[in-house]
Design a protein around this ligand. Structure first.
Ligand SMILES: NC(=O)c1ccc[n+]([C@@H]2O[C@H](COP(=O)([O-])OP(=O)(O)OC[C@H]3O[C@@H](n4cnc5c(N)ncnc54)[C@H](O)[C@@H]3O)[C@@H](O)[C@H]2O)c1
Length: 327
């Protein structure tokens, strides 16, 4: 008989990390997130999926890679939520990607149901956890998670800006043939076609990219950033991006677990900041052990503010649709 991990996820006396992170959804983004968390020894990881055996299988596979990758993080797979109890962070990647013939509302309703059902189970077991939402449509799913969990708004956030700005940075580095480490880029707004990359605040070794890249090339890089997700779906055909999205979620988790106070673009619930009310949207925030410790307000030029408001309106429309659907 195969020895299963106990319901708590870990064996008695097993070497354990200080932190525990649950990743819900053991698909492409979830499994890669679990792998990166473990390989960086950031936490023990509980991987949960609704498909029987999927999370358990991937967790065991990752555990068997540990001696080669040289880490002692434990990864336990589960079909239920018991093992997630007492998590410091829950990263939510459960959901379906859009398929041909499906309307945006279809995706919205399906993923909202999934996010609602998952958060309803996970929140009471980890009442002090920080929720990082990855499931799409991102900003709207953050609303469902906030409502369902009843958590304070600084402990519910979405991962999108880190990914979008990483894409922008990768394209800037490639354009200028410089190290990605020299790049900083800022992308605000909702996670979608209306996202707002801010070249004025994007730099290479401290130099604004507007000094280094022509407006025409910059426009092309911005457009490629906006279409970044679609470009990868077009190539993969049956899946969407997952290496960079997982890296984005793990950067947020690392910043929180190590209380690094990094400023990262995250989907945060705004209460008047940037003139936006009661809405999750991507803005720069200071992340630490308490979650979102500060929303950083920068002065936007008129056209930037207009673009942000347009993006906020697109998110608002989705949230309103959610309300009509009873969420
Ligand atoms: N925010 C971002 O920047 C970003 C980037 C990439 C992907 N995404 C989104 O993340 C989500 C996951 O993407 P993926 O590529 O990993 O998809 P995937 O299909 O590979 O994995 C999703 C997993 O969720 C599981 N799942 C579905 N319902 C569940 C439930 N009720 N409980 C537990 N698990 C459940 C599925 O069984 C599947 O294994 C999608 O909604 C996708 O659009 C967001």
């Amino acid at each position: 008989m195969v020895e299963c991990r106990p319901s708590g996820g870990f064996f008695e006396g097993e070497i354990r990390m200080v932190n525990k992170v649950t990743v819900v959804g053991a698909g492409n983004v979830g499994a890669t997130t679990a792998q990166r968390l473990a390989e960086k020894e950031l936490a023990d990881v509980i991987l949960v999926d609704i498909v029987e055996g999927l999370a358990e299988g991937k967790a065991l596979d990752l555990e068997e890679a540990a001696p080669i990758e040289k880490h002692d993080a434990k990864i336990a797979g589960a079909n239920t939520y018991d093992a997630s109890a007492g998590s410091d962070i829950v990263i939510l990647t459960a959901g379906i990607p859009r398929k041909p013939g499906m309307s945006r509302d279809d995706l919205l309703a399906t993923n909202a149901r999934i996010v609602q059902s998952v958060v309803a189970k996970i929140a009471p077991l980890s009442p002090n956890a920080i929720l990082i939402i990855v499931s799409n449509p991102l900003d709207a799913m953050c609303h469902v998670a906030l409502e369902t969990s009843g958590f304070p708004k600084h402990r519910v956030m979405g991962m999108a800006g880190v990914l979008d700005s990483a894409r922008f940075r990768a394209f800037i580095a490639r354009e200028l043939q410089v190290s990605v480490e020299n790049t900083h880029a800022f992308v605000m707004g909702g996670h979608g076609d209306t996202m707002v990359p801010l070249p004025r605040y994007s730099t290479v070794a401290g130099i604004p990219i507007t000094e280094l890249i022509s407006q025409e090339r910059l426009n092309a890089l911005i457009q490629r950033t906006r279409d970044g997700g679609a470009e990868i779906v077009g190539l993969l055909k049956t899946a969407s991006a997952f290496y960079a999205p997982a890296a984005g979620a793990v950067e947020m988790a690392e910043t929180i677990l190590k209380d690094k106070k990094k400023i990262l673009p995250c989907a945060a619930y705004l209460n008047g900041e940037y003139g936006i009310n009661d809405l999750f949207i991507g803005v720069p925030v200071k992340l630490g052990r308490n979650g979102i410790e500060k929303i950083i307000q920068i002065r936007l030029l008129e056209d930037e503010q207009t673009a942000l408001e347009k993006s906020a309106n697109a998110v608002k429309e989705l949230v309103n649709t959610l309300k009509t659907l009873g969420f």
